[in-house]
Design a protein around this ligand. Structure first.
Ligand code: IMP
Length: 442
């Protein structure tokens, strides 16, 4: 059975949660491999809405085993809240949820450092979610991080905590003039979290290896998106993890030879939250239309998302960096009201048009988009489940986008619930998962 990575192809919020939810019944295991509770994967089941932050979206399917890999940073209080909320809504976790011993903890001083650094960053402010994700990854790289396994060893945990508190308090006091922490205030709650989480903490790399050897199929659920990747994104306006397909290996301990394909998720338009360059950003009526129809408000922070047209140059870059076999295009129905729709086909900078995504920060800030404009379809696609049913102009839009990007479209999402989904016949998805069935080909 194939092991597939599902990865965001833009700046996050592409609708990965819904796509993973649609695909989860066709796999045995879903794994999160990076990010933390900065992510908010929204899944709508019937009339119920679930926002998952650290737990993989597969948890909503009975029998789907879910793993939080070593590349994730875990805020234990937030994870426990998420677990309790799921249990209250009848979701079973025992035997379904596994947490890597090697995953690093988000400690209370991480959000404090995150917010303090942001408050002093001036125009270089990233607009982080304030969850402490960047400082937690910084500690991991600096070799002072505290891991889930440490939480189960009280003496080691206390030693590492004491060391960190001394270091962080100096930073908070002398650089940021912010409130300090005490060991006691953290130790008690964290030891309680340890008791709660202990049954779920295990060697997940070994488990995954055994399951795959036994024929299980694994889906790797990316969080955030390609352009927020710490190496390949619009640095420094990024998150601090490896959001791209390569992160699926380092963030789980699964070797690249065991991964068979990658599905990129993109909205039919584009959004970004926080600071940083966004070439195709729009303002005024069209921004309001996209934000309102797409309900473009952060699922973690509630912040209004910046909105714009799809950038095919960015999507081609995402296809290259992630080795995408296919795209899933989400929220097509949001564009139903547009008279015209635009695809960015080039980044113009000082007379030169780039059709490969530039790597220079200056170009991101100064470039202007080169658009191809198509007429809109101005009729509802909401809830459509059959590709052939789509209005001709909507199909033309999707097919032109796919042609420019050079990658086929395997799934089109036409609304928030599971059933509002088109699986494209002959595409990678029915090849990977024959039980997905098929619809008419484009
Ligand atoms: P951090 O991950 O909280 O450090 O934030 C760094 C940047 O990534 C900010 O611009 C955030 O808005 C953005 N970001 C982090 N998580 C998400 C997400 O799940 N969706 C969209 N943007 C995100």
């Amino acid at each position: 059975m194939p092991n597939i990575v599902v990865v965001g192809a833009q700046w996050g919020d592409e609708g990965k949660g819904k796509v993973v939810d649609v695909l989860a019944p066709h796999v045995d295991v879903v794994v999160r491999y990076q990010g933390g509770n900065n992510a908010g994967h929204t899944v709508v089941v019937g009339k119920e809405k679930f926002v998952l932050q650290t737990i993989p979206s597969g948890i909503l399917h009975r029998g789907c085993r879910c793993v939080i890999g070593c590349g994730v940073v875990i805020n234990p209080a937030s994870l426990i809240d998420e677990m309790e909320a799921l249990v209250q809504r009848g979701v079973s976790l025992d035997g379904n949820l596994y947490i890597s011993k090697n995953a690093h903890l988000i400690m209370p001083y991480h959000p404090a450092l995150d917010r303090a650094a942001e408050s002093q960053a001036g125009k270089r402010r990233i607009g982080t979610t304030g969850k402490g994700v960047g400082p937690a990854y910084a500690d991991k790289a600096a070799r002072v991080g505290i891991r889930m396994a440490d939480l189960l060893d009280e003496q080691l945990f206390r030693d590492k905590l004491e060391f960190n508190i001394r270091q962080k308090n100096r930073l908070l006091r002398e650089i940021y003039d912010a409130e300090e922490f005490t060991v006691e205030a953290i130790l008690g709650p964290y030891l309680r979290y340890a008791g709660w989480l202990a049954p779920y903490i295990t060697d997940t790399a070994l488990l995954l290896s055994r399951w795959m050897d036994g024929g299980a199929s694994v889906m790797f659920e990316g969080a955030q998106g390609t352009l927020l990747d710490v190496d390949h994104g619009t640095y420094p306006f990024i998150t601090s993890s490896s959001t791209t397909a390569g992160g699926a290996c380092t963030g789980t301990g699964v070797p690249p030879t065991k991964i068979h394909g990658a599905l990129g998720i993109s909205k039919a338009y584009c959004t970004r939250v926080g600071g940083g360059p966004f070439l195709t950003e729009v303002s005024g009526d069209i921004a309001d239309l996209l934000r309102t129809r797409g309900n473009e408000f952060g699922s973690v922070t509630g912040r209004p998302r910046r909105c714009g047209w799809v950038d095919a140059v960015g999507l081609r870059y995402a296809a290259r960096i992630n080795g995408l076999d296919a795209f899933a295009i989400t929220k097509l129905d949001v564009l139903d009201a547009c008279e015209t729709v635009k695809i960015c086909v080039g980044h113009r900078h000082r007379g030169e048009v780039f059709t490969e995504f530039p790597e220079e920060e200056r170009i991101w800030h100064e470039a202007a988009p080169v658009y191809e404009e198509l007429s809109g379809w101005q009729t509802s696609t909401h809830g459509m489940q059959d590709y052939a049913e789509l209005p001709t102009k909507a199909r033309e839009y999707l097919e032109r986008l796919s042609e420019i990007v050079g990658v086929g479209i395997a799934l089109v999402s036409t609304g928030p619930v599971r059933d509002d989904t088109i699986i494209v016949a002959g595409s990678a998805l029915p090849r990977w998962f024959p039980s997905l069935g098929s619809a008419a080909s484009p």
